[in-house]
Write a protein that binds this ligand. Structure first.
Ligand SMILES: NC(=O)c1ccc[n+]([C@@H]2O[C@H](COP(=O)([O-])OP(=O)(O)OC[C@H]3O[C@@H](n4cnc5c(N)ncnc54)[C@H](OP(=O)(O)O)[C@@H]3O)[C@@H](O)[C@H]2O)c1
Length: 266
């Protein structure tokens, strides 16, 4: 059994590979930078990446809502011999949206993971540059909280679904164990880093434009802008039980993540 880990250099893929290595399960982490190159935008790279693979941890590019590349990739994977797909989705994505539909209709064992926003967005990419600059830019909103999830918990759930029976046909809603406001998050990062970081509100259309400049298509950039606004307005604070139900323990606390990630803000 060899497991293909797409997004193998990313926040969850890297941790999935490390966890599979730790239990001695053969895996092939791929991205645009791996020896066996995998590029969502170049179908000629998909065959070599799938050679000899029986399961896939599928991290979509996630820059569009329809995820057309996932719909094209899944049948290719099944034809190549893949019998299990564990796909990363996101809280709020509908079963009808491209990435989930293709996986559900694959005809092989599938598990879908729908996490909240990752804690590691503050230390590995996405928000990191702004945290270091002392100003986190967001669409306007209130002081709502969100249960940011540690990418390690997502990876641990993914590894369970990839290597154990009993997870086929299940969609897991995943969150961290506590909801925090952006103000609380930045204060905790400030405590370990000595940095002072403030939230800077920009009009929603400007925020959407920033996302488009960062590679998201217009439609998905608008969805993400609305998602952040809803979060800040207190509509996305609910905890989900996927992490404890699969792992048998609560997810990692934001305070522990902050201590572990402190080097990123040094
Ligand atoms: N971040 C969050 O808070 C969050 C929350 C819920 C769901 N998600 C979902 O998680 C997925 C990953 O997003 P992320 O922002 O967290 O990124 P990530 O997984 O940390 O990094 C993206 C990964 O994809 C690879 N990649 C980028 N462009 C690629 C391409 N054209 N072909 C193949 N691989 C490519 C990158 O590697 P190389 O650069 O080496 O190619 C990297 O390994 C998205 O589908 C997103 O919707 C994210």
């Amino acid at each position: 059994m060899t497991i293909l880990v797409i997004g193998g250099t990313g926040k969850t893929g890297r941790r999935v590979t490390a966890a599979l290595d730790a239990i001695g399960v053969a895996n092939r982490p791929v991205s645009r930078r791996s020896a066996i190159r995998f590029d969502w935008a170049d179908e000629s790279t998909w065959g070599p990446a799938l050679d000899g693979v029986t399961a896939v941890y599928l991290v979509p590019l996630g820059t569009t809502l329809d995820d057309a590349e996932v719909a094209a990739f899944v049948p290719r994977a099944v034809a190549a011999g893949v019998r299990r797909i564990v796909a990363l989705s996101a809280r709020g994505i509908s079963p009808e949206d491209g990435r989930e539909r293709a996986v559900r209709e694959s005809g092989v064992d599938w598990t879908i993971l729908r996490p909240t926003w990752f804690s590691q967005n503050f230390s590995e990419d996405y928000f990191l540059g702004e945290v270091l600059a002392g100003e986190l830019v967001l669409p306007p909103g209130g002081d709502g909280a969100h249960p940011f999830i540690d990418a390690q918990d997502i990876a641990d759930v993914a590894v369970a679904a990839l290597t154990q029976d009993g997870h086929a046909g299940v969609t897991y809603e995943l969150s961290g164990p506590e909801a925090l406001t952006f103000g609380e998050v930045l204060a905790r990062i400030g405590d370990v880093s000595g940095r002072s970081i403030r939230v800077v509100d920009v009009p929603p259309a400007d925020y959407t434009e920033l996302l488009v400049q960062g590679g998201f298509d217009q439609e998905y950039a608008e969805v993400l802008t609305m998602s952040l606004t809803a979060m800040r307005d207190g509509h996305d604070a609910a905890l989900s039980d996927g992490v404890p139900s699969v792992l048998g323990h609560d997810g990692r606390l934001f305070g522990d993540y902050v201590k572990e990630a402190a080097g990123a803000w040094a």
